[in-house]
Design a protein around this ligand. Structure first.
Ligand code: MN
Ligand code: MN
Length: 316
């Protein structure tokens, strides 16, 4: 006889390699009723400009996330004690050969979560998927913490305004984010034109190149992020390529000399106490991964994001 568990309570004591590979081994969401946080996948990489494979990210992150446990050793936060959490599946796609239409599918899915008062925690997918999430979430311009090697404020590429290097330029144009309450952390890597960096700075976003992070240290970065965001409703978007490819090689546009995983963990744990409306981790590309290392890193980032969202959602 199957023991049907209540939503939001993963059976942490079953052998970790058994059962369906849901995010963090949470139950599959039967409905959104009573749910606080939905973990979901966006297996889409039709907006990539370089190495492919991020469409396979959610499945591999689900697999590696079975290694996650409940209580955060650094903060002692147990998200499952604070919130009802489940895996809401993948965004159903109807038009994968059409970026704008796929973004419509993603926005519709997230709008469903918003209407049910469920906080979204997404796993991409290429970074273009953050734009439709923001479209569904932003009732007013949101604050944004964007951790990435790239500002993703470039313009059209090969005629597409919605490529994965452009979501935050579009979000700014559409009034979805408040540039004065936006910080981009970990930026690096040579470009052929400087206009993405320049666009962010001219718009009034705080652009923190990785050398500044390394020179000033994570505590100073955390302090500045808190100052930029304040108590505004904030979205956190984490591109796995912010982390050095020595730790996270499985991604589309790797840039060396990035954040270490200890730096990334310290950064995320420093971002407690903000007013979160949602978060994502994107750009995990399993075909370029080595031994599941990047998917494990992505799953661990997602767990840390879950701790932040759960604490914020429960008013902790
Ligand atoms: Mn990105
Ligand atoms: Mn990037």
């Amino acid at each position: 006889m199957t023991d049907f568990r209540a939503p939001g309570s993963p059976d942490m004591f079953a052998p970790r390699y058994t059962g369906l590979a849901t995010f963090m081994r949470t139950p599959v969401a039967e409905s959104l009723d009573g749910l606080d946080i939905a973990l979901f996948g966006i297996p889409y990489d039709g907006a990539l400009t370089n190495r492919p494979g991020a469409r396979h990210g959610p499945r591999e992150v689900r697999n590696q996330s079975s290694l996650m446990r409940a209580i955060n050793h650094a903060t002692r936060v147990d998200p499952y004690a604070l919130c009802r959490i489940a895996d809401a599946g993948d965004v159903p796609m109807t038009s994968v050969f059409d970026i704008a239409a796929t973004h419509g599918d993603i926005a519709a899915f997230v709008r469903g979560l918003v209407e049910a008062r469920v906080t979204p925690l997404a796993c991409g997918g290429d970074h273009s998927v953050t734009l439709p999430i923001l479209r569904a979430l932003a009732k007013e311009p949101l604050a944004l913490i964007h951790i990435d090697a790239h500002t993703d404020t470039w313009d059209s590429f090969q005629g597409s305004k919605f490529n994965h290097g452009a979501p935050f330029r579009r979000a700014h144009e559409e009034g979805l984010i408040d540039p004065a309450r936006t910080i981009q952390i970990g930026i690096r890597g040579a470009q052929n034109v400087a206009e993405g960096w320049d666009y962010s700075e001219a718009a009034g976003m705080r652009v923190m190149f990785v050398e500044e992070v390394q020179r000033r240290g994570i505590d100073a970065v955390v302090e500045e992020a808190h100052k930029v965001v304040g108590d505004a409703p904030v979205y956190l978007s984490f591109d796995i390529d912010s982390i050095d490819p020595a730790f996270a090689p499985g991604t589309g546009t790797p840039e060396i000399a990035g954040l270490t995983t200890p730096e990334a963990m310290a950064l995320l744990r420093g971002l407690r106490g903000l007013n979160y409306v949602g978060a994502d981790v994107v750009e995990v590309s399993p075909p370029f991964d080595v031994g599941g290392l990047t998917a494990l890193t992505g799953a661990t980032v997602m767990y840390e994001l879950l701790c932040l969202l759960a604490e914020s959602r429960s008013g902790g």
